[in-house]
Write a protein that binds this ligand. Structure first.
Ligand code: ADE
Ligand code: ZN
Length: 332
């Protein structure tokens, strides 16, 4: 972890649990489960972590889920993330999971959610951070699957607090998922969606207007639409920005061109997050430190990012206040 930029207490609001699968753990689980990976070894797998766009990354991301078969695989995956996140200053995490990616290869929902819940329910005692799940619908699959999934989440509502929308974005606008989101709202779940990562600003508008989302994941392409920027600023919609991901997936050419600072200057409620840290070169603080160096973010800007993370989280107000007080006490 970089030492020159201090790690502030922060909430992580955009990380995919499947995207925290480090190559070492992938091979360990492959061996435990008798799964053969097509990569000969760690070095070859690491070399495969080079992407031209979102779909090229998703191919490997879905391929490696093959090693996750038993509840304890999901528990081990979550434990590894929680330990690393805690060491990077994360005090609260709202973590995506893609159940359809597992159901589609014959792994039951109970295996996925019981396995993750085992780690999430004890995160506070074991790692000193609170952790909740957001079930993401795959936008490149039939929305009827998403609608069927919503009532099946009820046994896990103590840990599953919301729904999201991810996977290949271009060509898959949010509107067809309106019914799934309405069902989730009826069940008391929070709603977020990836939009404006590779896809156009219209997808951000669609997610807000038709899905009723409370925050937007990525949203960087919103800057192309001044009226949308004004609306996001006015309504203080949280944007979960993932700098290293944007460069790795070539949504942004170089970290020095990243729009994060422009977003802050436009009055947008941006936060920094890791997205798929095992694939993109770093966890939450690695992202903050890298973007700080590339853009020359000030200590004030970093404090605002950390404040935004708690204010944008789905933590109850008193919990947010407790974290904000801890942040203020650091003198940042
Ligand atoms: N699933 C995992 N990471 C993703 C990302 N960055 N965008 C869309 N879907 C994803
Ligand atoms: Zn994401």
């Amino acid at each position: 972890m970089p030492a020159d930029v201090p790690a502030l207490p922060t909430a992580e609001l955009h990380v995919h649990i499947e995207g925290t699968l480090e190559p070492e753990l992938a091979f360990r689980l492959a061996e435990r489960n008798g799964v053969r990976l097509r990569h000969a070894g760690l070095e070859e797998l690491r070399r495969a972590y080079s992407f031209s766009d979102l779909p090229s990354f998703l191919d490997l991301y879905y391929e490696l889920t093959a090693v996750l078969l038993q509840p304890r695989d999901f528990t081990d995956l979550a434990e590894a993330y929680l330990a690393t996140a805690a060491a990077q200053g994360v005090r609260h995490a709202e973590v995506f999971v893609d159940p359809q990616a597992h159901l589609g290869r014959g792994v039951p929902l109970e295996v996925v959610l019981d396995g993750l819940a085992e780690a999430f329910r004890t995160a506070e005692e074991r790692h000193g951070l609170s952790a909740r799940l957001i079930v993401s619908f795959l936008r490149d699959r039939d929305p009827a699957e998403a609608e069927a999934l919503v009532p099946r989440l009820r046994p896990w509502h103590d840990v599953v607090i919301g729904v999201g929308l991810d996977s290949a974005e271009v060509g898959f606008p949010p509107e067809p998922f309106a019914r799934a989101y309405a069902l989730a709202a009826d069940d008391g779940l929070h709603r977020v969606a990836h939009a404006g990562e590779e896809g156009p600003p219209e997808y951000v508008v669609g997610a807000l207007d038709r899905l009723g989302v409370e925050r937007i994941d990525h949203g960087i392409r919103s800057l192309e639409a001044p009226a949308l920027v004004a609306r996001l600023a006015e309504e203080q919609i949280g944007l979960t920005v993932c700098p290293l991901s944007n460069v790795a997936l070539r949504c942004v050419d170089d970290l020095a061109d990243h729009p994060l600072r422009r977003m802050l200057q436009a009055g947008l409620r941006a936060t920094v997050n890791s997205d798929d840290p095992a694939y993109f070169g770093g966890y939450l603080h690695d992202n903050t430190a890298a973007v700080t160096r590339a853009l020359g973010l000030t200590a004030d800007e970093r404090r605002v990012l950390a404040e935004n993370s708690f204010r944008t989280s789905f933590l109850p107000e008193p919990e947010q206040a407790r974290h904000l007080a801890e942040l203020a006490a650091t003198g940042a």
